[in-house]
Design a protein around this ligand. Structure first.
Ligand SMILES: [Zn+2]
Length: 417
């Protein structure tokens, strides 16, 4: 009897610990759904419009099973399921030749994607509405409808005409990423072979000023460092990086150095952590995958540099998907991405960081692979000790503050140049 008592006494702390663990994990998931449900959650970068442009048969109003290639990473039902209240649909145009013809085609492609986005909302009036202002997002959240904002990735379709900027603003575009992967008529990209303008071009400077005047957010994801510093010097309003992470953890040109992060904090802006593997961590891949990718190298280069027709683009995407199926990519995890977020919060403060998934455009990590899994971010933040109010700021409060400030600057014409 004595021995049994002894064992019991010895085991007691472990039993208590186990019980405590159960309550903790239960309360963590309870707290996750409670907070995730209460706050406005915003994702500033989803590439669904280009995906829809290439796959017109996809119906965003029905649920597609997660993890299937045909499902993509976003539809309205999974967005609701994941408690994601607002998204910025990115109107992305791959950059081709910078001729009048190239610009005109890009404008057409952009207009088509805007039309597709509006049609998607029009076909699903009970589920979603187009949003133009922060107030729209907060109002829609109360009615449990998804807020669909429009952003634009690559300023290429503006051509060399500020009237196009006004046109896109009138159609609902509320941010523009100055460049994509190549230099354009507005300035230098972080990933082109070499800089062409030494930062913003003279026309790019006019575009930034006009965006300030209109109340459109300037997005510095993808731009060359010199372009970044030119924008920071010139802008009268805070800027955003709709999908960028930290160079401190992964030193790729697309990510932000600590110096740049600090400059954005000083500018009052926000950097939205990207959930894209190549921006988060370099992972070892199998030899088979490397060989298969090497064989497709020329075609992927042409795709990334906008040298393919729509049909060719689709074909190469198919081949890439096949490689992914046959030799799956070893990807970083959600926790790796939140390491970036932690660092950015440390460098910039809690008021300058947010989330921009890049879903349907290459985004997706282990633990967060489509919009239905968004609560996993809230759970990870809670587990790391962020308070409900800090999570509210990270999930959209910061972005909406910046957006309001951008509108305010536009309403103060006396302060403009
Ligand atoms: Zn991008």
């Amino acid at each position: 009897m004595k021995d049994i008592l002894k064992i019991y006494i010895l085991l007691m702390p472990m039993i208590l610990l186990a019980l405590n663990g159960c309550t903790l994990s239960k309360s963590l998931s309870e707290r996750t759904s409670e907070i995730h449900d209460q706050i406005l959650t915003v994702d500033t970068h989803i590439d669904w419009p280009m995906r829809q442009f290439l796959n017109p048969d996809f119906n965003p109003g029905v649920r597609h099973a997660p993890g299937q290639r045909e499902s993509g990473q976003w539809d309205l039902i999974r967005m609701k399921e994941g408690g994601l209240d607002a998204v910025f649909m990115s109107i992305f145009t791959p950059q081709k030749k910078r001729t009048d013809e190239g610009h005109a085609t890009a404008k057409e492609v952009a207009l088509k994607q805007i039309e597709l986005t509006k049609k998607m909302v029009a076909y699903n009036p009970d589920l979603a509405e187009i949003a133009l202002t922060p107030e729209d997002a907060y109002r829609l959240e109360k009615t449990r409808k998804r807020a669909i904002f429009i952003g634009m990735e690559n300023g290429y379709p503006i051509a060399k005409d500020l009237r196009n900027l006004q046109l896109f603003f009138n159609l609902g575009v509320r941010y523009i990423t100055i460049t994509h992967s190549k230099n354009n008529q507005l300035g230098d990209s972080s990933t082109d072979e070499q800089p062409e303008w030494g930062g913003l071009s003279p026309f790019g400077e006019k575009v930034v000023q006009e965006m300030n005047r209109l109340g459109m957010m300037v997005d510095i994801s993808h731009v060359h460092d010199e372009t970044f510093w030119d924008v920071i010097k010139l802008t009268k309003a805070p800027v955003i990086a709709s999908h960028s992470s930290a160079r401190m953890f992964h030193d790729v040109p697309h990510n932000m150095s600590d110096e740049m992060l600090k400059a954005i904090a000083k500018n009052g802006g926000v950097v939205q952590v990207a959930l894209l593997d190549d921006f988060i961590k370099e992972m070892e891949q199998t030899q088979e995958r490397a060989t298969a990718l090497e064989e497709l190298k020329e075609e992927t280069f042409a795709l990334l540099h906008g040298e393919l027709s729509q049909a060719e683009h689709k074909k190469v995407m198919e081949k890439m998907h096949k490689i992914d199926e046959k030799h799956p990519k070893n990807r970083p995890t959600l926790a790796d991405a939140i390491d970036h977020l932690d660092h950015m919060v440390q460098v910039m403060g809690i008021d300058h960081v947010g989330i921009g998934s890049d879903f349907d455009g290459g985004g997706g990590l282990v633990g967060i692979d489509d919009v239905s899994e968004m609560p996993n971010i809230t759970r990870e933040l809670l587990a790391r000790g962020y308070t409900a109010d800090e999570i509210r700021k990270l999930w959209g409060g910061n972005l909406m503050r910046v957006f309001n400030q951008v509108i305010k600057v536009a309403e103060e014409p006396q302060k403009q140049n």
